[in-house]
Design a protein around this ligand. Structure first.
Ligand code: AMP
Length: 407
């Protein structure tokens, strides 16, 4: 019998499970899907088996899915209906996206009871994400106890950050007692994109310095030197850094004391304000860049100001990471906004010609799912658009771990 080559990637959120089944012999996607609104009466399941020619006919249904266990069982049923069930001998492993790996996990890790307990111990630093990730892993292990399950951490790529970038300038004993430091997130995406950019330049990742701008609903920047992350904009939690869809990004921490003392807000209320009601949505009522651009085209001033604040912060990080890296070979845009919003890319590098940065208007306007350069020939620094693929990267890391462990 040939060795199993398929990997199921699971991304368990608080009320959703997204999944992809990939065949790592050629990286092909065999099925993709999601279960959302878990815990509600009207949970939605969308499952799309993908045929060899790339065509897809999705199945969608609405049914009450009470919890993650029921969600994973529904996913297993959908896959089984296409002959891709979890009991298939072709399945090599399940790869789980885990948001927070703390300091302990700098690499993808085969899940054991001890590893799972450690991921649970990190819940205080990742209260919004790790509980769902733990539930997802536990449920998948119950369904296939004999199959290797691998945790791939969003923080792992950033564990290479030097202490001077990872530490906050606060009392060291207090910081260490409570594991307060900058961990960074979106690491799987930053790792994937920085490697693809090197490929686009025809170089080895070890030779290039890249600023990666992951601009989705959550957004983060990273400085990657020779394939290793040396700084990133998210910190202890994903709240720090860039202006995001609903998160404020950087603010003076004294704003929190002020809101407590003067506005009488509770810690939880401030948490919701900064994580859910700030950023673009707080500034103009919309967090979708498409809608913001549409409003700007109609002359909406609030949308324009939100856009300007978003771009100003982005520029500051490009400048900061330019200084951190010293020499920059490429700036790469990725995720929903970075891949699709040409006006954001144009505005983010406008005026940075003296840093060697420029965007060619024609190339920038092209829509494509392929990684591509959008800088003019003469520019010293390449500007790239690289569609991220966190699932492929999780599958790649998972497969590489289980196949190397088998030898
Ligand atoms: P992500 O979190 O990577 O899925 O990104 C989601 C965000 O990408 C949305 O909230 C939009 O702001 C943005 N987005 C998606 N498609 C487009 C588009 N065609 N043009 C501009 N922004 C887009």
């Amino acid at each position: 019998m040939s060795n199993p080559t398929r990997v199921l990637v699971l991304n368990s959120g608080s009320s959703s499970v997204k999944y992809q089944l990939l065949d790592m012999s050629d990286g092909a996607r065999l099925a993709v899907g999601l279960v959302e609104r878990i815990g509600e009466e009207t949970s939605r399941l969308v499952h799309t088996p993908l045929t060899g020619d790339g065509s897809a006919a999705g199945r969608e249904r609405t049914a009450a899915v009470p919890d993650h266990e029921a969600a994973l069982k529904a996913v297993a049923e959908e896959l089984a209906a296409d002959g891709l069930g979890l009991d298939s001998p072709d399945l090599a492993a399940i790869g789980h996206r885990v948001v927070h790996g703390g300091l302990r996990f700098s690499e993808p890790t085969v899940v054991t009871d001890e590893v799972l307990a450690e991921i649970e111990r990190l819940i205080p630093v990742a209260p919004l994400h790790n509980p769902a990730n733990v539930t997802g892993i536990r449920t998948a292990r119950a369904l296939r106890p004999d199959l290797p399950q691998v945790a791939v951490f969003d923080t792992a790529f950033h564990t290479s950050m030097p202490e001077h970038a990872a530490r906050y300038a606060i009392d060291v004993e207090t910081a260490d007692a409570h594991r307060i430091r900058r961990y960074g997130f979106h690491g799987t995406s930053h790792a994937y994109v920085s490697r693809r950019v090197a490929g686009l330049l025809g170089k080895d990742p070890a030779e290039v310095n890249v600023i990666v701008l992951h601009l989705g609903n959550g957004a983060s920047a990273s400085a990657v030197a020779g394939g290793r992350c040396v700084d990133t904009s998210m910190g202890l939690t994903p709240l720090e850094g860039l202006v995001m869809g609903t998160r404020s990004g950087d603010i003076d921490p004294a704003v929190v004391f002020h809101l407590e003392r003067v506005a009488g807000m509770s810690t939880d209320e401030i948490d919701v304000l900064l994580n859910k009601k700030s950023g673009l949505v707080g500034l103009c009522g919309d967090n979708d860049m498409r809608e913001i651009r549409r409003r700007i085209d109609e002359g909406d001033e609030r949308a324009q100001l939100a856009f300007d604040i978003y771009i100003h912060r982005l520029k500051k990080y490009i400048g900061a990471y330019y200084a951190v890296l010293g020499r920059v070979d490429a700036v790469a845009f990725t995720a929903g906004v970075g891949e699709n919003a040409a006006p954001v890319r144009e505005a983010a590098v406008a005026g940075l010609e003296d840093l060697g940065l420029a965007v060619d208007a024609g190339l920038n306007a092209v829509r494509s799912a392929e990684p591509r350069l959008i800088s003019p020939e003469y520019a010293r620094v390449a500007v790239a658009v690289v569609p991220t693929d966190e699932e492929l990267e999780i599958a790649r890391q998972t497969y590489s771990l289980v196949t190397s462990a088998a030898h």
